[in-house]
Write a protein that binds this ligand. Structure first.
Ligand code: ATP
Length: 142
């Protein structure tokens, strides 16, 4: 039997929130983290654990034992500096698998350089998938 993976989702906006909900739905253990108290309170009812914390603060990450998580999802969109620094810290403390949402190509390049395992562009990734589905449907229609 597969051992359950432990996930930490940092940033509970629309993207991070939906990643978090689906991971929970699939039966995974999820720590939901955001520095916005209201967002954390919304997720405290469904996540395994939910915490108000600034992910750019290394001592906080250490005290939460983030290094022991199998996968970290960094879903901080607008604040590039916070996203990059968080990714760097997660890498430094030894998180194995780090997936990060990127806002633009510059952001993506930096994230790849500092060792993000997967960089996600929700809008363009989704656009590509939708186009693939549309052309598959066309094939079926003909
Ligand atoms: P959406 O996914 O809704 O489009 P977005 O991509 O615009 O959102 P933001 O709103 O910039 O993303 O950030 C997502 C969340 O990340 C916010 O709830 C914000 O409070 C949180 N966040 C930003 N910086 C940090 C940080 N340093 N530590 C923890 N959470 C943070």
């Amino acid at each position: 039997m597969n051992q359950k993976k432990q996930f930490v989702v940092i940033g509970l906006g629309r993207f991070g929130g939906s990643v978090c909900k689906e991971l929970i739905q699939q039966g995974n253990e999820v720590l939901a983290m955001d520095m916005d108290e209201q967002k954390v309170s919304d997720y405290s009812k469904i996540a395994t654990h939910a915490v108000v914390a600034d992910s750019t603060d290394e001592p906080t990450l250490m005290s939460l034992g983030i290094r022991n998580f199998d996968v970290a999802v960094v879903a901080i969109g607008d604040n590039l500096q916070a996203s990059i620094l968080t990714t760097l810290l997660l890498k430094e403390i030894g998180v194995n698998n780090i997936w990060v949402k990127a806002k633009n190509n510059y952001h993506q390049k930096v994230l790849e350089k500092i060792g993000a395992d997967r960089v996600i562009h929700p809008e363009s990734d989704m656009g590509r998938r939708i186009a693939q589905q549309l052309s598959d449907e066309n094939v079926i229609d003909f």
